[in-house]
Design a protein around this ligand. Structure first.
Ligand code: G
Ligand code: G
Ligand code: NA
Ligand code: MN
Length: 252
């Protein structure tokens, strides 16, 4: 209850900001996009979203907070585009946001207000979101894709997605969950799982990106398996916009 009150006050006081983590192709040196990740500088220091996002979801504050994230990310993507450095920016969407009746209109309004081209916006949703209310989700996804918005399935492989539904969801990208790359899971079994997801992406004509890349050996393994899109601390952590821009000038 206290945290709920603090979150509302923090939103009003402008204590939230967005960090950006690059998505890259390390083989070509191409910068593919950036994921926006919410950060809160609380009165007693930074608080992790892993801590406050669940509270925001339970209390419904995720709707105005998520809308603020969308607005801020669209505004940033528009500035980069205006500066001649257009880059797709992705935003994480919670179940409570995606299921809200006005969600599509919210995305449309924020695109219009920012003047951002829809193809520079990507939404990251989880398998759990997709498997809930399948028909509603299909309509939402189809409408988003018709606008030109990209949609990726975040943390792919950890949820309960049904393969029989997957091809019916008009998504663009699978993000291989970082747990598949965890050092404790390296070995033939982990490789087989990653290989399967990459093959699934190919069969369904979806892009595949690996998250949580921390070691050069993982880069080599992923490239050997045919996955060239990557994100992780090896390249850069989530960075404040100015630090992201500095990183970008030095990359690759
Ligand atoms: O950035 P970090 O690893 O601390 O994020 C922790 C969790 O919070 C991750 O699951 C991430 O997807 C989630 N998260 C970060 N930013 C946002 C956001 O803007 N909206 C939602 N819904 N989740 C976010
Ligand atoms: O749930 P989602 O995939 O959106 O979570 C993103 C989270 O993963 C962010 O909090 C981000 O800080 C974290 N993250 C990004 N890159 C790495 C990485 O290479 N290793 C680990 N352990 N976490 C990462
Ligand atoms: Na994400
Ligand atoms: Mn993820």
């Amino acid at each position: 209850q206290q945290l709920r009150h603090d979150l509302r006050a923090a939103l009003d006081a402008g204590q939230f900001w967005l960090a950006y983590q690059p998505k890259v192709n390390p083989a070509s040196g191409e910068l593919l996009g950036a994921e926006a990740l919410l950060r809160w500088n609380g009165p007693d220091g930074p608080v992790s979203p892993a801590m406050f996002i669940p509270v925001a979801e339970e209390t419904g504050l995720i709707v105005p907070l998520g809308r603020w994230v969308l607005r801020e990310a669209c505004a940033q993507a528009r500035r980069w585009s205006d500066d001649g450095h257009a880059l797709p920016v992705s935003v994480n969407i919670s179940a409570a946001q995606f299921g809200e009746t006005g969600f599509l209109e919210t995305v449309q309004e924020e695109l219009r207000a920012s003047g951002l081209s829809a193809h520079l916006l990507e939404l990251e949703v989880t398998e759990t979101i997709l498997m809930r209310h399948v028909e509603h989700v299909q309509r939402n996804l189809a409408a988003l894709r018709a606008l030109g918005v990209q949609v990726s399935i975040d943390d792919f492989g950890t949820g309960y997605s049904s393969l029989s539904y997957l091809h019916e969801f008009p998504v663009t990208t699978l993000k291989i969950d970082r747990s598949f790359l965890a050092p404790g899971r390296s070995g033939p079994q982990a490789t087989a799982l990653i290989t399967a997801i990459i093959g699934l992406g190919r069969a369904l004509n979806l892009q595949v990106i690996a998250e949580g890349v921390e070691q050069p050996a993982q880069v080599r393994a992923l490239l050997d398996l045919g996955c060239a899109a990557m994100q992780g601390y090896l390249f850069a952590p989530p960075l404040p916009p100015a630090a992201f821009e500095a990183w970008r000038r030095d990359w690759p």
